[in-house]
Design a protein around this ligand. Structure first.
Ligand SMILES: [Zn+2]
Length: 372
């Protein structure tokens, strides 16, 4: 099967829709073409010269990075600048580049959720809300015998999920009627005769982003030629999205145990802690990468500690002023852990779709800081 870049991009944008990206960001397809075949994809945090040379040597067709290599306006693309040199090398070797940055931080199952999961936080919520997705109610009338098939197809497409619950629906039995007209090909009944059928009204909640795929699943699984279905927008429910997460340890965790857990999940030997490490930690705020702008938000939300990277001197002082504990766990450390997950995600998706594409991880993931 011919796999072009768009097919891989679709998989990435299922995980991290571009509309989640912050306004100042520059995510998406940065270098490349839809006309060329993709056989090998390399996942990385940054597109550095070492990564580009590795991609050329390993015959990589597409580099997927977290940090966008083209971020601000480029005035020239020549050998005279580092960036210009890399872009020339990439284009000459027909290597495509795609970046998923703040959209990957924000999305459910992205970097922030991943770290919250590794820390075993519970009741995880968004730290800084930047927008919300609408919920819909999808209702269809199904002949009784076909309910399990339609129900299953809708669950599989993502319908019936709310909070910590899935496979939620409501059913009530009633009577449907219809009269097939000339040209119809009815699954039940005959042309010209009004038919009365025992039907189930099946309703499920659906998040806006999966509404199209759920509607397609309904139409595909429903036995009728022209299924009856309704879509209602929920006015009382929406799903917030945004950067960072807040979560809890129901039983609390001692400060020392928390630091040990954080070091272990990030593979770090030390943590830089500003403010006083609480004896017992219940509520944790976090923002992977550079998130020190959210120290106030974490305080307002009642967090005992806030984890992020790139904390500056005066922000560390702010922690003390706010009587708050801020942990600088490192920009590289809090993001680098996700690259394995992204490689595994793409591998699994490509395998399930029978895409003959190999997904590898760059060997040149490197923290620009060295500790001596
Ligand atoms: Zn970053």
């Amino acid at each position: 099967m011919f796999i072009n870049s768009q097919k891989i991009i679709n998989l990435l944008e299922q995980l991290a829709p571009k509309r989640y990206a912050e306004d100042w960001d520059n995510v998406g397809f940065l270098i490349g073409s839809d006309q060329l075949e993709i056989q090998k994809v390399m996942v990385t945090l940054d597109v550095t010269e070492a990564v580009v040379d590795e991609a050329i040597e390993k015959n990589v067709d597409l580099i997927v990075s977290h940090h966008p290599m083209i971020f601000k306006g480029l005035k020239s693309i020549t050998d005279r600048s580092y960036k210009g040199r890399l872009i020339r090398k990439l284009i000459k070797a027909d290597i495509h580049v795609y970046a998923a940055h703040t959209n990957l931080d924000i999305t459910a199952g992205g970097l922030n959720d991943y770290l919250a999961g590794l820390l075993e936080l519970e009741q995880v919520d968004v730290l800084d809300v930047s927008g919300s997705d609408a919920y819909y109610k999808l209702v269809t009338m199904v002949p009784t015998d076909s309910v399990p098939v339609v129900e299953e197809a809708l669950f599989k497409a993502g319908a019936g999920r709310l909070g910590n619950y899935e496979q939620c629906d409501f059913k009530v039995t009633g009577q449907g009627s219809f009269k097939p007209l000339t040209g119809a090909n009815p699954a039940i009944g005959n042309v010209g005769v009004r038919e009365f059928v025992e039907e189930v009204r099946l309703e499920m909640i659906v998040l806006g982003e999966v509404l199209d795929q759920c509607t397609r699943a309904l139409l595909k699984s429903h036995p009728y030629e022209t299924p009856a279905y309704d879509i209602f927008k929920m006015e009382n429910l929406e799903k917030a999205y945004g950067l960072g997460r807040v979560g809890r340890f129901t039983q609390g965790l001692s400060g020392e145990a928390f630091i040990e857990r954080l070091k272990s999940v990030l593979g770090s030997n030390y943590m830089r802690v500003a403010g006083i490490l609480p004896e017992k930690i219940y509520k944790v705020g976090l923002c992977t990468g550079a998130g020190s702008e959210f120290i106030h938000t974490a305080k307002r939300k009642g967090c005992d500690v806030f984890i992020t990277g790139d904390v500056k001197y005066h922000e560390a002082q702010l922690a003390e002023e706010l009587d708050m504990c801020v942990i600088d766990a490192g920009h590289y450390e809090t993001e680098g852990i996700y690259v394995d997950y992204l490689r595994d995600y793409l591998t699994e998706k490509c395998t399930s779709k029978n895409y003959e594409v190999r997904i590898i991880k760059s060997e040149f993931l490197e923290n620009p800081f060295k500790v001596y």
